[in-house]
Design a protein around this ligand. Sequence first.
Ligand code: ATP
Length: 248
Amino acid sequence: MTEHVADPSHPRYNSLLMRHKLEVAASKGMLANSAMIAHGRGEAYDYLLGEQTIPSAFIATKEIAARLLNADNPIISLNGNAIALAGEGFLKIAALLNCPIEINIFYRTPERMNALLSHLNGLNEKLGLNVTILGGKPDAKITGLEGPRSNCHKNGIFDSDVILVPLEDGDRCEALVNMGKDVLVIDLNPLSRSAKMASVTVVDELSRVVSNLLEIIPSSPVISDWDNDECLQSALTRIVETISKPTK
Ligand code: ATP
């Protein structure tokens, strides 16, 4: 299906491909109506970052790999966009880390949850992996949040010590930090509440982060003395540099 989206030689091929992945996921009922808006905000920041992994983001990716590898109960929490854009990659990462994935969506409906569970379970089977996929039968609450978005699994997000949450909402990120968890965020917007609240923020496009993690995890990186403000500042500096470059 994707071969009809655009010619690979098109300068915006990757961007068009990602939009198409989201369109397909939306047609399967996996996404909320606001999914494209959230993606668009990310695209705008990616443009300003040069659509590449900047050095500080690569170092942050090594840091999250190290923290996940050293965790007692690591978990990967995925929303609809993350599953649509990089579901296979996240399953491979979970298999390397031997940790579960929990589907945790902001606008929770049984239909969306079932669509996401069946998509991820299908990929799990196709890849011959045996990753535990949680989210369907929540039996605990993220402390400090109201309504369905607080739902989680006791043996998943609730009991985790280190949590990788790509594209997390700021409110929920704050609640997870307040629960004492090491919260690892992937977000192209260094100014978002999640980016600022997280223990470690990778300011990079999530599909690129997934490829980098798959490369880095087998090399067993070690935890460092992390300064997240410095990491956010270098992304902002790169954005300012991009904007100040004279146009040709
Ligand atoms: P916050 O509540 O943290 O301030 P927000 O309201 O800006 O966040 P949301 O709409 O909840 O954000 O989520 C979208 C976020 O995800 C944006 O910050 C956007 O930059 C980021 N984003 C979107 N697509 C991607 C992607 N493919 N890779 C990385 N980040 C992305």
